[in-house]
Design a protein around this ligand. Structure first.
Ligand code: FMN
Length: 174
């Protein structure tokens, strides 16, 4: 049985997936993990759009350039949209829910990768956020933070180890 730190070490950004759907029971567990994430003042200001239709996965994969193209070959993407009117910490709320999704994916034997949408361009005239808004009919009141591509891994990446990060830690001041 793997412990939480081992799970965190093993989670890597997976961008190649097997052509195999994610079972509905597993999708439910992924969403439960996201819905149990902490949020500022418990506002739970996020909503999650589950994309499993190949034509839609193809469309959302075009929101960015090569940074999102691999989503076309993922069996599943979960788009995280957040209401900034419910709480100003909308980025933080959406980010923590996304991280929970990614860790739950790893625990289920699935790979995942974050794709940034907010503050990224689709092309010279349209933002990636507006592009996703149009494709998925997201209300104007909600911000599109990111999407998380999920599926069975078709690549293995080596776990990360903590030693290289020790320099980031400071005690009792910087
Ligand atoms: C805020 C954020 C934005 C990211 N945006 C993208 C993205 O648009 N496309 C992508 O392929 N990966 C994206 N990633 C994944 C990072 O590239 C990846 O987490 C980083 O290189 C570390 O690799 P690891 O996740 O395998 O440890 C993003 C990750 C974060 C946290």
């Amino acid at each position: 049985m793997i412990n939480l730190l081992e799970l965190i070490e093993h989670r890597r950004s997976i961008r190649r997936f097997e052509a195999k759907p994610v079972e509905p029971e597993k999708i439910t567990l992924l969403l439960k993990a996201a819905l149990l994430a902490p949020s500022s003042k418990n506002t739970r200001s996020w909503e999650f759009i589950v994309i499993d239709q190949p034509d839609l996965l193809q469309k959302v994969s075009q929101c960015r350039d090569q940074s999102s193209s691999f989503v076309a070959n993922a069996p599943l993407a979960i788009v995280v949209v957040v209401d900034p009117a419910k709480n100003d910490a909308w980025i933080e709320n959406g980010t923590i829910a996304s991280a929970f999704l990614q860790l739950q994916a790893e625990d289920l034997g699935l790979g995942s990768c974050w794709i940034q949408v907010a503050r990224r361009p689709h092309n010279e005239t349209l933002s990636a956020e507006e592009y996703i808004r149009q494709v998925l009919h997201v209300p104007d009141s909600l911000r599109v933070l990111n999407m998380v591509a999920i599926g069975y891994k078709a690549q293995e990446l080596t776990p990360r180890h903590i030693d290289e990060l020790q320099v980031k830690i400071h005690y009792n001041g910087f």
